[in-house]
Design a protein around this ligand. Structure first.
Ligand code: MGP
Length: 293
């Protein structure tokens, strides 16, 4: 697995040199892909069918399984590992974000079990999905197969920081253009609401929870992650906790004259689930973002 996907990274970077002329932006026909047996990851984790099989701390997530993947029950069944259960983006929210990010090539550097990558495959020409965990990457591909979109996603086993540094070291004329990046990094686990790893500061919007600091983002400080990414493209959608410190988010662009950030609250019914912060051409009303017609 490691070998195959490492060559995936070099293949990606290799292609970057080959593609010197920009590809025309045209919508690709998105027919259902064939089921590829070798990408069936059913052996890797259990496809839970009833609450009694599920570890106690994951039961509340299992009860929302069809919110995460509407095709959860479609054979052979969508698969999630522990981190996937507590961090996957609910499908309706993923679809909404994907609609906002409609473009040619989008990078999803922390793809997890694939919820967002699957949504992007419906609105973007090409999705580059990275994860540093071979199991999660295999689950993402398995889930994308159930949705019939795996052939539109390039799955690469790598850590994003190495990927970004390799990408940025290429001459600009040689690098494959990435139009937008969706950042949905680990927030430090399900305890993010307790603020244990963030400064003890109250958020005015969520009195019950200490405000969440970008310092708790993994694998590097969330501000550093943003600045590294903005060297690839200014068009960034950053998926963050609902108790995030808005002043910190605003500070990400304080040195950039004329730039703005749009913060979208992601609600499911009466419950605020997360924030998506849009930057660059992804801010509503900005006309610099290339839209696929
Ligand atoms: P939650 O607060 O853990 O769940 O996560 P819920 O059901 O709102 O719990 P409750 O007890 O407050 O009712 C809410 C959403 O945040 C999840 O659906 C995920 O989309 C997202 N999310 C949660 N975590 C811990 C992460 C994470 O580490 N990384 C990312 N990218 N998203 C996360």
């Amino acid at each position: 697995m490691g070998k195959r996907n490492l060559s995936g990274l070099s293949r990606f970077l290799g292609q970057a040199f080959e593609e010197e002329t920009p590809r025309p932006v045209k919508r690709q026909k998105k027919e259902d892909g064939p089921w590829v047996e070798k990408y069936d990851a059913s052996g890797l984790v259990t496809h839970y069918t009833e609450a009694s099989q599920v570890p106690e701390h994951l039961v509340k997530y299992f009860s929302q399984c069809t919110r995460f993947f509407s095709l959860y029950w479609t054979p052979p069944g969508c698969l999630l590992d522990e981190e996937g259960w507590y961090s996957v983006t609910p499908e309706l929210i993923a679809n909404q974000i994907a609609e906002r990010c409609r473009c040619d090539t989008i990078l999803d550097p922390f793809c997890g079990v694939g919820g967002n990558a699957i949504a992007f495959a419906k609105t973007c020409q090409r999705v580059i999905a990275l994860d540093n965990c071979p199991t999660r990457l295999a689950l993402a591909r398995h889930n994308a197969q159930i949705y019939g979109v795996a052939q539109h996603i390039e799955f690469i086993l790598t850590d994003y920081i190495s990927f970004a540094n390799s990408y940025l070291s290429l001459p600009q004329t040689a690098s494959r253009k990435i139009d937008a990046v969706f950042l949905s990094p680990p927030w430090g686990g399900p305890a993010y609401l307790s603020g244990t790893s963030s400064p003890a500061k109250q958020s005015p919007d969520d009195e019950a929870h200490p405000s969440y600091s970008l310092a708790a983002i993994q694998p590097i400080h969330g501000a550093e992650l943003f600045h590294l990414t903005s060297r690839i493209t200014k068009n960034i959608a950053y998926y963050l906790p609902r108790n995030s410190d808005l002043a910190e988010i605003g500070a990400l662009i304080e040195d950039q004259k004329g730039e703005s950030v749009e913060v979208e609250e992601e609600w499911m019914g009466s419950k605020l689930k997360a924030l998506t912060c849009y930057f660059g051409g992804l801010v509503a009303g900005t006309d610099s973002f290339e839209v696929v017609e």
